[in-house]
Design a protein around this ligand. Structure first.
Ligand SMILES: Nc1ncnc2c1ncn2[C@@H]1O[C@H](COP(=O)(O)OP(=O)(O)OP(=O)(O)O)[C@@H](O)[C@H]1O
Ligand SMILES: [Mg+2]
Length: 371
């Protein structure tokens, strides 16, 4: 008996989270031990070289190139991935999220009504997208019900809020092709924002904002009670800083990438102050993020309590302090490995590179919980 249960245990205790970003693929392999998640391995593969640009730059690869890159990472000896059981994150730009109001008629009727209602909110033919939805819990409303307002509140409950999610079918088909050609055993696809929320916001109450700075874009999400409320994509990212450094120092993009990662903010190289190369990019990102934040706060009549920084771009030395000077609320560097048991010798490095792996950790955590 114990022999059989050992085999069964061995078979299914590890899970992979895969995040195919525009500049690199990130994987995290976690293992279940009791109630804990243990980090088994993690790794990253830059996509730049697959698309004829340098490391750290964003790419727009065809599916064959993506398959090749995923296979390369899965077979990378140093990363030593040992499971194919995984989940994959879908890029936020391939999705549409809306909050819609529906009558409170029960799940079955909602299931037939929502696809019809969804047509009003989705700007492409409904046959081009796959729809998913969930009821946004009204916990706040329920908590606020006082005896004398009970009847009034019944009225409110006649309508419910639904989080409507649509993903372009061509993206889903691309991901299915990647899965089948890499022999992955994919349990689910999920839009990256949900992975980030799982990785960094468990137990965080009140409205917060996530700022995910990638290579070419910066994604903003406001989240309240674990649910996405609003989102915005800024067309600026960390690669813009690299390009500025390359121009100012008159060096290659590859060299500039190395300098960006090692020097960061507030240092000079060859007597040239590099902070300006960061500030021209970060100032416009923070300005746009602030107006997104003000809009949200005005509409909801609620203040955001903190801002969580994530994405590789936020790993820049001095970036958190810079953000803290620009926002009026607390700024926190996301630490997705906080809930994961990690070897002591990796702790320092994971504090620095952690924000790059937020999405992949979130996917791996879900996959682990569904084993
Ligand atoms: N230590 C670091 N210091 C500064 N920049 C860094 C550091 N590590 C990574 N980056 C930058 O972060 C960017 C990549 O971030 P990330 O991996 O989050 O993007 P992505 O997921 O590929 O992009 P997207 O989510 O927009 O598709 C690159 O431009 C890279 O140069
Ligand atoms: Mg990303």
């Amino acid at each position: 008996m114990s022999f059989i249960s050992d085999i069964l245990k061995k078979k299914n205790t590890s899970a992979l989270g895969i995040d195919i970003g525009s500049s690199s693929i990130k994987v995290v392999q976690l293992k279940k031990k009791g109630n804990k998640a243990i980090l088994e391995t993690y790794g990253e593969l830059s996509l730049g070289p697959y698309g004829g640009v340098s490391v750290g730059q964003s790419t727009n690869l065809n599916v064959e190139k993506i398959i090749q890159a995923v296979n390369d990472l899965l077979n990378e000896k140093e990363v030593a991935i040992t499971t194919r059981t995984c989940g994959l994150a879908i890029p936020f730009r391939a999705s549409l999220l809306s909050v819609i109001q529906m009558p409170n008629v029960g799940q079955k009727e909602l299931a037939s009504m929502i696809p019809i209602e969804a047509r009003k909110y989705i700007p492409v033919p409904i046959s081009d997208v796959t729809i998913d939805w969930s009821v946004i819990p009204r916990s706040e409303v329920v908590e606020e019900v006082s005896e004398e307002n009970k009847d009034k509140d019944k009225d409110k409950v006649k309508n419910i809020d639904i989080l409507l999610v649509a993903i372009h079918n061509n993206i889903i088909n691309q991901y299915k092709e990647v899965v089948s050609k890499t022999e992955l055993d994919a349990k689910f696809f999920e839009i990256e924002v949900f992975s980030s929320i799982r990785a960094i916001l468990e137990g965080v109450q009140g409205p917060i904002m996530i700022l995910d700075m990638g290579a070419s874009t910066t994604k903003l999400y406001t989240v309240d009670r674990g649910l996405v409320q609003n989102s915005h994509i800024i067309n600026k990212g960390s690669q813009d800083i690299t390009l500025n450094i390359a121009r100012v120092l008159n060096i290659s993009v590859e060299e500039a990438e190395v300098i960006k990662r090692s020097v960061g903010m507030g240092k000079t190289v060859d007597g040239i102050d590099l902070s300006e190369t960061v500030l021209v990019v970060s100032d416009s990102i923070f300005a746009e993020a602030n107006s997104f934040l003000f809009d949200f706060q005005k509409k909801r009549n609620k203040n955001v309590k903190s801002i969580f920084l994530t994405g590789g771009g936020s790993a820049l030395k001095g970036f958190r302090d810079l953000a803290a000077q620009n926002f009026k609320v607390e700024v926190i560097s996301a630490d997705p490995f906080e809930k994961v048991e990690t070897p002591a010798f990796l702790e320092e490095i994971l504090k620095v590179t952690g924000p790059e792996f937020t999405v992949s950790v979130g996917v791996a955590l879900r996959c682990l919980s569904e084993l």
